[in-house]
Write a protein that binds this ligand. Structure first.
Ligand SMILES: Cc1cc2nc3c(=O)[nH]c(=O)nc-3n(C[C@H](O)[C@H](O)[C@H](O)COP(=O)(O)OP(=O)(O)OC[C@H]3O[C@@H](n4cnc5c(N)ncnc54)[C@H](O)[C@@H]3O)c2cc1C
Length: 482
């Protein structure tokens, strides 16, 4: 209690009132994760507005032996941006670090602070006729720092890659408060270890990203968006392969969802526009783009679409005829997480497997879940073209999600083990946070875990940046937790 009081006094004497909140009511929204699964108190929530302020705040937390939770837009799905139980922690939220410092159409780069909202970055790129290469359903809320810290994926990985591929340089405040300025904007540089990679995807466990230099791409001039209704996952895969064979890198997105996802949308998202008069078991959303403003994408695709229908690979198909229709089709895919949350949530998984085994993976998991968890429903959706599926299991009424997340759980084991058996991963784009720590211990290579722990200790010897996330603590063994 004395410690908290001293810290509060130091805060109020060092920073302007806009830079912190101490009282419980104002802290509350920052202490709860997007899925409302984790709710742990922080001593304070800090809102630095400059890199120097982040550094001063980190030093103050070190002095008072308070752990730090870096926080962006709080849309992460594994509770990485909220406190863990049992450790005195302070949240450093980056929302006031929100300046676009420089945008450059000749070098095709943007240098921006970590609190810039992804959608704002996209709009800035569009204004100079460029594309910001990342797009996610959460883009109206998630921040650049969060997308780098999680190495976010999203709907354009197929042609642009995930966030790691976009980052040219970083500025980071280290756990001891030093500022590392690695904000270089070069495409090529071979000067030994690529230190920025330590921070990309490390979910705030190595330092606080304060700014980044990101590559921009040419802006496509033509877009064709279509939704195919299919009987089963193997037909969805066949549709993807045939269109990718024709379009190559011009196929920028290939997304998958099922009748279960569509039902959640109809039940929970007002004004969901139904794409077909009939119901179908599964759907594939495909988007093709071209840099050539005179390209006739429909003429290019028409023969393959006709063959897909004639061969009965696709049951039915709609092609968006306007930007409004395109957005309505995307809403069907991108609204599923919100609809699922509105329905009470689900046991979420974020696996990836080689795309060729997607049908057999879905078949194996579906039949095993039906056997071990009767009454639970599968809501499978995701980035089919990347092999990344969200295999979410909706529990029957009356089953608490928090109970399903605590301790060992045969449903999660079933999904993750099948993904690993198929040569895949249990975490494709959401990361580890505090919800997947035991899976990391279960499935990850022990040598890699040792290396991760050694690097973490070298950069953060007192384990004070985001403790309990990714690697739960310094002396954790490789013992299986489940
Ligand atoms: C509807 C919905 C759809 C989504 N779709 C996708 C998707 O398609 N692909 C995908 O990859 N993810 C997706 N996500 C997950 C989420 O949006 C991403 O992980 C996003 O990158 C998180 O950004 P954020 O700013 O909200 O970070 P937060 O949730 O605030 O933080 C995430 C992690 O990053 C750390 N962190 C945040 N900021 C910093 C910083 N400045 N420095 C260091 N560490 C930091 C936090 O400590 C935490 O560990 C989705 C989420 C929702 C709700």
């Amino acid at each position: 209690m004395k410690k908290s009081k001293e810290f509060a006094e130091a805060l109020t004497s060092s920073f302007a009132p806009a830079a912190y909140v101490l009282n419980e009511t104002e802290r509350r929204p920052y202490e709860i994760d997007w899925r409302k699964l984790v709710d742990q108190p922080a001593e304070a929530v800090l809102f630095p507005s400059t890199t120097q302020e982040v550094s001063d705040m980190v030093k103050l937390c070190q002095k008072h032996k308070l752990a730090i939770v870096p926080q962006g837009g709080r849309t992460g799905l594994v509770a990485g941006a909220v406190p863990v139980q049992g450790i005195p922690q302070v949240i450093i939220n980056t929302r006031r670090l929100n300046q676009i410092r420089n945008i450059d159409a000749i070098n095709n780069t943007v240098e921006l602070e970590s609190g810039v909202i992804l959608q704002t970055a996209q709009e800035a790129a569009t204004a100079i006729d460029r594309t910001f290469p990342l797009s996610l359903a959460s883009e109206g809320s998630c921040q650049i720092g969060g997308t780098i810290a999680t190495n976010a994926g999203g709907i354009h990985v197929l042609s642009y890659g995930s966030m790691r591929e976009q980052v040219l340089g970083l500025e980071v405040v280290l756990p001891d408060g030093r500022i590392w300025n690695g904000l270089r904007r070069l495409r090529k540089e071979n000067i030994g270890m690529d230190i920025k990679q330590l921070f990309i995807g490390s979910e705030g466990t190595m330092g606080i990203i304060t700014a980044a230099a990101i590559r921009l791409l040419p802006r496509p001039k033509k877009t064709l968006t279509m939704l195919a209704a299919v009987k089963a996952p193997d037909f969805a895969l066949e549709t993807f392969v045939r269109i990718q064979n024709l379009c190559g890198a011009d196929l920028t997105s290939c997304e998958y969802f099922t009748a279960e996802g569509l039902k959640l949308l109809i039940d929970h998202i007002p004004q969901t526009a139904l794409p077909f008069t009939d119901n179908h078991p599964a759907y594939v959303l495909l988007e093709v783009m071209s840099l050539d403003s005179s390209a006739d994408l429909f003429a290019r695709l028409e023969p393959v679409l006709e063959t897909l229908l004639a061969d009965k690979v696709v049951n039915d198909m709609v092609v968006a005829q306007s930007e409004n229709q395109r957005l309505a089709l995307w809403k069907l895919r991108e609204g599923i997480s919100e609809a699922e949350k509105a329905a009470g949530g689900a046991l979420k998984h974020d696996i990836a497997v080689p795309i060729s085994v997607i049908p057999s993976f879905i078949e194996a998991v579906s039949s095993e879940i039906m056997r071990i968890a009767p009454g639970y429903k599968l809501n499978v959706f995701g980035h089919l073209g990347d092999g990344n599926l969200h295999v979410n299991i909706v529990p029957p009424e009356g089953v608490s999600l928090s109970d399903l997340y605590s301790g060992s759980n045969p449903i999660t084991s079933c999904v993750e083990k099948n993904a690993m058996k198929a040569g895949g991963t249990f975490s494709a784009e959401h990361g580890i946070g505090q919800l997947r720590v035991s899976s990391l211990m279960d499935y990850h290579d022990s040598v890699e875990l040792d290396l991760m722990r050694t690097i973490k200790k070298a950069i953060d010897p007192s384990w004070m940046i985001n403790p309990g996330k990714v690697l739960s603590h310094a002396n954790q063994t490789h013992a299986r937790h489940r």
